[in-house]
Design a protein around this ligand. Structure first.
Ligand SMILES: Nc1nc2c(ncn2[C@@H]2O[C@H](COP(=O)(O)OP(=O)(O)OP(=O)(O)O)[C@@H](O)[C@H]2O)c(=O)[nH]1
Length: 307
């Protein structure tokens, strides 16, 4: 029989997966970035910015926490929406603990009830996180209403209120609490990396975040982004070529804007973010292309990385 006990003198490692769930726009990606102290997930004031279950990885000397950031639970309108909800479902089945983020500025809605129904009976530790205390008028009252949605739960439940945006202390304390309950496991990822996304995927998400902030009406949701080439010049300049994908020819001009102004602004804002996080000079080339009806086209969704 193989002896699986650790070699004497070798540190025991603990590691596990934690899903961050919640309805759109409650601050899940902001909390993930705060947990990691770096930006791995896009955030924006628009709901449903997050489309993929991005993983953030936090590693200490003997513990590794892998966060699965999930798209906000919502009622799906198209194939992209269905993909997003199925990501949440599969994320919950595979994790060791769940963080449910709610927005304390408002009382619970039907969408929060949908999430509560998904997490209430999960036989794994659950952390109810009341976010945005900095902007909430009645945080304690709101928290009670959210906690009431979990009435009848028998497995572990822990409640925290914090501001993912401004309260590093609260975020760190919660991270410690989660680290403490990780089961004994080898590390799943090499030490040092903060995410399992490729750098191209990460940059594409930053471009999409900036596009979503600028575009109006329904257009932000009809946009996908991808990065096709990334080369590093000898002097350190990062040359990144990306595409903004729209569904219709008519949308192309709306993204580009008069005289190319809007596309230029999206490119400049994305380039600035990339330069801050990479700590390198970046050249960002952006093109707008049309893939008709990509949100309803399974093959196009796969091509754009939603699989
Ligand atoms: N005032 C305040 N705003 C916050 C806080 N945390 C997040 N926000 C804002 O809430 C908005 C949504 O944040 P995200 O982190 O993108 O939310 P999300 O839950 O990941 O959203 P989806 O991707 O739609 O699921 C952004 O404008 C954030 O800046 C907070 O603690 N306080």
């Amino acid at each position: 029989m193989t002896d699986l006990s650790p070699t004497p003198g070798e540190p025991q490692t603990h590691s596990g997966f934690v899903a961050i769930v919640g309805k759109p726009n409650v601050g899940k990606s902001t909390l993930l970035n705060a947990f990691l102290g770096t930006k791995v997930a896009p955030t924006s004031p628009r709901p449903q910015t997050t489309r993929r279950g991005v993983r953030g990885i936090y590693t200490t000397a003997d513990r590794q926490l892998v966060f699965v950031d999930t798209p906000g639970v919502h009622k799906p309108k198209d194939a992209l929406g269905k993909y997003m909800n199925s990501e949440v479902h599969s994320a919950l089945a595979d994790v060791d603990a769940v963080v449910w983020v709610v927005d304390l500025r408002h009382p619970p809605t039907d969408e929060d009830r949908l999430v509560a129904n998904q997490v209430r009976d999960l036989p794994k530790p659950l952390f109810l996180v009341g976010n945005k205390t900095d902007a909430a008028k009645y945080p304690d009252e709101a928290m009670k209403l959210y906690a009431a949605l979990l009435e009848g739960r028998t497995a572990d439940l822990s409640e925290t209120t914090l501001s993912a945006q401004n309260n590093t202390g609260g975020v760190m304390a919660l991270r410690e609490q989660i680290l403490d309950l990780l089961p004994e496991n080898p590390f799943f990822y090499p030490q040092g990396g903060a995410s399992d996304q490729s750098r191209e995927m990460w940059a594409a998400e930053i471009i999409r975040e900036e596009a979503m902030k600028k575009l109006r009406d329904e257009l932000p949701y009809a946009v996908a982004t991808r990065v096709n080439t990334w080369t590093e010049r000898q002097d350190g300049l990062q040359r990144i070529e990306g595409e903004i994908v729209v569904e219709k020819n008519a949308h192309k001009g709306m993204v580009i804007g008069a005289g190319g102004k809007q596309l230029r602004e999206i490119g400049q804002a994305a380039r600035k973010q990339l330069e801050v996080f990479l700590n390198r000079k970046v050249y960002l080339g952006l093109e707008v292309i049309v893939i008709p009806g990509w949100r309803e086209d399974e093959e196009a969704l796969r091509e754009l990385g939603y699989e």
